[in-house]
Design a protein around this ligand. Sequence first.
Ligand code: ATP
Length: 324
Amino acid sequence: MCAGIRRIFLHATPFPMSLETGYTFIVNPHADKGRAAGRVSALRRAVQGRADAEVLSTVRAGHAGELAAEAARGGRAVIACGGDGTLHEVLNAVMGAGSAVGVLPFGSANDFLKTFVPAMSGGRSPESQFSGGRIRVDVGRVEFSGGEQRHFLNSLGIGFTGRIARAVRRAPWLRGELAYAYALFRVLIGYAPVKMHIQITLPDRLVVLDERVFAFSVGNGKVEGGKFQIAPEADLRDGLLDVCILRDVPKREIPGLVLQYLRGVQSRDRRVYSYRAERIDVSLDSPEVMHLDGEVYEGVGGKITVAVLPEGLEMIAPRGMGER
Ligand SMILES: Nc1ncnc2c1ncn2[C@@H]1O[C@H](COP(=O)(O)OP(=O)(O)OP(=O)(O)O)[C@@H](O)[C@H]1O
């Protein structure tokens, strides 16, 4: 690596220019049920000859975060080459360090990219990371009752969708949509809605709910679980998080509601609450499963505060994107 080379990125975004020492591509070979491993050679070939780029592979869960923290300390841009879980690790490692983050879709669902870089707009090749501009996006921040904090880029779920994320992880033999369909069915069998006390801070008022909730989701991005449009109107740069709460409904109504979530029309249904919030405070009577960007957090209880950090992360984006 040529640590001495300092590269100044020139771009037409309204943000300060980044001063970075290079690019670290972090590959999760385990992503997409191991298929990402087969993409490492092509990635190495794509960056070959660039003294400012390196390709590193993770060897275990959690390793992407360690590699990203090290790269960020060296002032490098970090490109997460995996799915939403890999991006989640990278995000949490670089928050506060000021490094720009890129994403290459090596995962199964790659849900964040569906909002950030729609498939047809380019910006999904290794080369695009070198030529890309810079854009700042909102970040979600969760504070747990013990004071610990984690960040998320795409979405958060407590209860039903947390359990679905866990069931997907426990079914490594299933891929893509089949995995989510199987997990949904499995979780539904033994699931009971969760009692929540929820306080939602909107830009102009406060909403307080105290009831059993079937599914609780917060989207920074639009899609989770491959195809579920939990927040079809979400905007990564509006300084708000989109809250989607499915009230306590009989299980026989779930298939119809699933279809609504797939089409992204559930907000019109009286069984669903939708808000665009600055902050959400949730209190749980008993510990539940939470997911952040599809990563599972077990035994989350007490008071949980979710806030938005407007434009909290600088990302590498296709040139032209975000210019105003
Ligand atoms: N070398 C590794 N061995 C085992 N697990 C790993 C390794 N590197 C990362 N992981 C873990 O793999 C999990 C899945 O990663 P990731 O979410 O990026 O891929 P995916 O599940 O295929 O994609 P998506 O979330 O978009 O569907 C994450 O929990 C991550 O911590």
